[in-house]
Design a protein around this ligand. Sequence first.
Ligand code: FA5
Length: 331
Amino acid sequence: MLADIEAKERAALEALSALTDPNALDAWKSTYLGPQGALREFMQGLKSVSKELKPAVGARLNQCKSALEAAFDERKNNLGEVVKGPAIDVTEPGVALPQGCRHVIARTIEEIVDVFARMGFAIADGPELEDEWHNFNALNIPAGHPARGPADNFYLGGAAAGKLLLRTQTSTVQIRAMESQKPPLKVIAIGRVYRPDTHDATHYSMFHQVEGLCIDRGVSMVDLKTTLVQFAKSFFGPEAEVRMRPSFFPFTEPSAELDMKMRIKGEWKWVELGGCGMVDPNVLSAVGIDPEEWTGFAFGLGIERVAMRRYGITDIRLLFENDARFLRQFA
Ligand code: FA5
């Protein structure tokens, strides 16, 4: 019987190594290791083996079973790998992953923050979803003012509900900063603002603004202009200049439109960047700051316009189309 076991084991191992189809593995297993398989037959034959030989034959059968099971497991793993695909050649050059880059607006924001931080401005923040107090009332824009109309604002639930809207300007953060901090204070706020403007080369319905606010004793227009001149020179280079044209904003008095002289395609031109002025006494009173003791200046610039001028981008829509070929140019 020992010779038969030996022969069967050899036959089983040869059959196993000849297998190439993983689906044939199960058939092999039931032929040799299954309940009706060859090994089982030997086990049943053990009954008729003489008492003296039984322990040796039993031990040989157990050894044969372990050997076949181990060989089966190994073959199964090998065939499994063949099915998964060809082995990886680690010496092949890899596939380079495309490298991303920061968006030109994100970069511009970082550069603006850097310049104002060096001038001693802290960062203030506020929500994009605002109430009427912060977007209008506290900014001296009373009920019934045309700027509060539904054509100029994204109200939630329609103008009639009129409680919450997407902020139209970062000037809302002026109010939040003055509500939460005592003067003197010197902050900038950067963020998204929303207006139902028709999209064209210089207008978008969502864009970014940088707001500046400085409240102290004896602050004047001279401080405002000095700050903006310093910003222009640090950001655009020593030849940059700013100029102010008289304008109107409900929350500043006097108010001005801010132009910067920039090099556009090699030529120096005046470009409008935003609004500015001295904080209106009504605004200071609305947040509980005594306008007899404190004065302040504020400004608000459109960041897309700054970036467009700086990088010679002629259409604002390019900034929001997410075409990687366009954006990669400014990496
Ligand atoms: C304001 O938003 C005032 N809050 C600015 C201000 C702050 C004045 C503090 C005084 C004191 P204005 O609506 O002009 O002002 O917008 C400021 C700038 O945002 C514009 O000069 C322009 O650069 C940019 N801007 C305005 N509308 C759009 C738009 N639809 N798309 C892109 N940029 C815009």
